[in-house]
Design a protein around this ligand. Structure first.
Ligand SMILES: *[C@@H]1O[C@H](CO)[C@@H](O)[C@H](O)[C@H]1NC(C)=O
Ligand SMILES: *[C@@H]1O[C@H](CO)[C@@H](O)[C@H](O)[C@H]1NC(C)=O
Ligand SMILES: *[C@@H]1O[C@H](CO)[C@@H](O)[C@H](O)[C@H]1NC(C)=O
Ligand SMILES: *[C@@H]1O[C@H](CO)[C@@H](O)[C@H](O)[C@H]1NC(C)=O
Length: 347
């Protein structure tokens, strides 16, 4: 009898313990969901501890759907490696990089990614996305960030701001990517954006006046002063003029990807292309593990510079100048597998 009573009491105690534990877990779960609910992005964006890094996802994809893309990017990487080797005289001019060469590499520590931005290759939208990724819940929709805010340099951290050991560690362990575009199309886009729009007089003053002075025989005082009516032919003449790059490096809007991102020194894991911008961008967001709530913004195609438009602009450029211009951008053509433009080949 006494034995049985003791047994009941013991069971009681166990039940109570179990109940308390259960209740505790239950409260914890509620609490957890409340946090999740209040900050639906915060969890994924800020703390990926314990999960796989984008680099792991790329090189040993957990999902089957990721692997065909992984193969494509392997081919693009191989192309760059091969061209760096084949053109080693041009590509090995510099042996080491200094922090100053890393100003275009935007760092996202939370997702262990580095993005080298190339102006005129969807860089505003990619900067917006990087601000969402590094914002720890501050933003959820890239398009809520105005373009001018996306270009404020202090809004994103670049690799040159770290110490040398920190730089090396990040270059080794982070997933590095960039986006490229057909080089002549990128040039036409830069020309249209900087020289045919009224709103940005800083480019007219800084570069337009210089181009008019150098490339126009009979320039009026007004044109010399304003620099706001640069013709595409004059812009091309300026780019192929050997003096131009001796004086100072090209402006980033027409600088080669090769010089902005150093693809022979920095081993990029992913080479996105403007021609497949949305697929490539969303693949990167998938690797980062954020694709369920962050999509790359699709943007108005109406103002985009197309290849037809590019061909039209080049109609007025002499064959000799086209060939010289191709030489300036040749490494970008070869590294990123763009074929020589048809309008250049046919003549
Ligand atoms: C390079 O471009 C050609 C033609 O567009 C294509 O067939 C080939 O697969 C590309 N190679 C790489 C490495 O992307
Ligand atoms: C014009 O371009 C310069 C350099 O990119 C930039 O600093 C400036 O804010 C731009 N101005 C306008 C009005 O867009
Ligand atoms: C230069 O301007 C003068 C006077 O306006 C004109 O007579 C001459 O034909 C112009 N030359 C060229 C090459 O445009
Ligand atoms: C090509 O040159 C002609 C004649 O100078 C000019 O009317 C036309 O606007 C130019 N086209 C482009 C795309 O610059």
């Amino acid at each position: 009898m006494k034995q049985a009573l003791l047994e009941v009491m013991r069971m009681n105690r166990i039940c109570r313990m179990v109940l308390v534990t259960c209740l505790g877990s239950f409260i914890l779960v509620i609490f957890y969901f409340q946090i999740m609910h209040r900050n639906p992005f915060g969890m994924d964006i800020c703390c990926r501890k314990g999960s796989r890094s984008p680099l792991q996802e790329l090189y040993s994809p957990a999902q089957l759907e990721l692997s065909s893309n992984a193969v494509l990017h392997q081919m693009r990487r191989d192309q760059v490696t091969e061209m760096c080797r084949a053109n080693s005289v041009a590509t090995r001019k510099r042996r080491v990089l200094t922090p100053n060469d890393l100003k275009h590499l935007v760092v996202d520590e939370d997702h262990e990614m580095i993005y080298c931005y190339v102006p005129k290759v969807a860089c505003t939208n990619w900067k917006r996305v990087m601000m969402v990724l590094t914002g720890r819940g501050k933003y959820s929709d890239p398009m809520e960030i105005p373009a001018n805010v996306a270009h404020v340099s202090s809004n994103l951290k670049t690799l040159n701001q770290y110490s040398i050991p920190e730089i090396n560690h990040r270059l080794k362990t982070y997933m590095k990517f960039l986006f490229v575009r057909e080089p002549f199309e990128r040039l036409v886009s830069a020309y249209r954006n900087k020289f045919t729009q009224k709103y940005n007089t800083s480019f007219h003053k800084r570069y337009g006046t210089k181009i008019v002075r150098r490339q126009r025989k009979n320039a009026t005082q007004e044109a010399l002063h304003n620099g706001n009516d640069v013709k595409f032919e004059e812009f091309v003449a300026y780019l192929i003029d050997p003096h131009t790059q001796k004086e100072e490096p090209f402006n980033e809007h027409w600088q080669t990807v090769f010089s902005l991102c150093h693809p022979c020194h920095i081993h990029y894991d992913l080479i996105g292309k403007y021609e497949t911008l949305e697929e490539d961008s969303n693949f990167i967001l998938q690797l980062a593990g954020v694709s369920n709530y962050l999509k790359f913004p699709t943007f108005a195609k109406s103002t985009r510079t197309t290849d037809e438009m590019t061909a039209e602009f080049f109609q007025n450029i002499s064959m000799e100048h086209q060939i010289q211009l191709y030489e300036v951008y040749k490494l970008d053509y070869l590294m990123f597998n763009y074929s020589m433009p048809a309008y250049l080949k046919t003549e």
